[in-house]
Design a protein around this ligand. Structure first.
Ligand code: GRG
Length: 313
């Protein structure tokens, strides 16, 4: 199923999220406004908001806080993309030049900071200490995840567990927070809140696994292909290739070795091996579905999981 189709029941809410983000940023001065326009503010898939609304299920439209929380999640996500692109020296994002390609790194980082603070302000405005605490904790985890992600550059190959641990922090945490906040809004008990957070984290890891696969195998992501290898990052396909062919030198990355890497990927059918890891992780994520709160839209979430595993961008 296409993401657009999955998002149909939530279209009006997703539009309200866009509107809320625009309102939250409307007070910025002219220069900042121009910078925000140039940044990848629009064009995101809004998968985090979609998961959040599916987790809220029937109760989604009755919750006045839902739009602010979803907008705050998207803005934190955007802030992290702007920062991430600076750290990774990325060229493109959402099919546009990355912000720091248009302005210098300092300004781009400041725009990311601004988006981040505006995201926090939206949650702060709700005057719900627990939700604010989750927002702060998830930001902290994103930062730890990013720091961890930068450690292994050019170093020894990490174990699969260590690699998954990084994915859980840098991507799983935000999806986990979305699911956790949905459970809190539903008035779920503590066990259900924890189960929801775990489901969201697992979903986020699956999302990042596919993202890592696409970095090597897709030209449709709207981002630079080979970006992870160029930045010295180990990802699922490079881990599997290196295990099968330790003789292929991946780091420091050298464009001249691309044909050799591509031949190795083909020869050892790394795409199929990635698919089998993803399928195992997918089964783990789906297993968690059955324990979720009765209001959660399980069938829609199953379709969203399917989309995540099949997506090409
Ligand atoms: C914001 C203070 C602050 C710190 C951020 C840089 C950083 C710390 C964290 C980086 C986290 C990161 C960028 C993880 C990758 C997550 C990921 C898979 C992004 C792509 O998500 P999509 O495909 O993007 O949902 P779209 O463009 O559709 O929104």
């Amino acid at each position: 199923m296409l993401l657009n189709e999955l998002q149909l029941p939530y279209q009006s809410m997703l539009t309200a999220v866009d509107r809320r983000m625009a309102e939250a940023l409307a007070g910025s001065d002219d220069h900042l406004h121009q910078l925000l326009e140039a940044s990848p503010i629009s064009g995101g898939k809004k998968v985090r908001s979609t998961l959040f609304f599916m987790m809220l299920g029937e109760t989604a439209s009755d919750k006045p806080e839902a739009i602010d929380l979803a907008a705050a999640m998207e803005m934190l996500h955007q802030a992290s993309l702007v920062h991430d692109d600076v750290l990774d020296h990325a060229q493109t994002r959402r099919d546009k030049p990355a912000l720091h390609q248009l302005v210098d790194n300092t300004l781009a980082v400041l725009v990311g900071d601004y988006l981040f603070i505006k995201a926090l302000s939206l949650v702060h405005g709700l005057e719900r200490t627990r939700l604010m605490g989750i927002k702060l904790a998830v930001t902290e985890e994103l930062i730890y995840g990013q720091i961890d992600d930068m450690q292994p550059r050019h170093h020894d190959r990490p174990t699969h567990d260590r690699y998954l641990e990084i994915l859980e922090k840098k991507t799983g945490a935000l999806f986990g927070a979305a699911a956790e906040m949905a459970a809190i809004l539903q008035g779920a008990d503590e066990v259900q809140i924890a189960v929801s957070r775990q489901f969201g984290r697992s979903f986020g890891v699956l999302f990042q696994l596919q993202d890592d696969v696409l970095d090597l195998f897709s030209t449709k992501t709207g981002k630079d292909r080979w970006g992870d290898l160029r930045e010295g990052k180990w990802t699922l396909p490079s881990l599997l290739l290196s295990e099968a062919r330790p003789d292929i030198r991946l780091f420091p990355f050298d464009e001249k070795r691309i044909p050799e890497i591509e031949a190795g990927l083909r020869q050892h059918d790394i795409a199929a091996r990635c698919w089998s890891v993803l399928s195992r992780y997918r089964a783990r994520t789906e297993d968690r579905l059955v324990d979720l709160h009765e209001h959660v839209r399980q069938a829609e979430l199953r379709d969203l999981i399917e989309y995540v595993c099949r997506r090409e961008r």
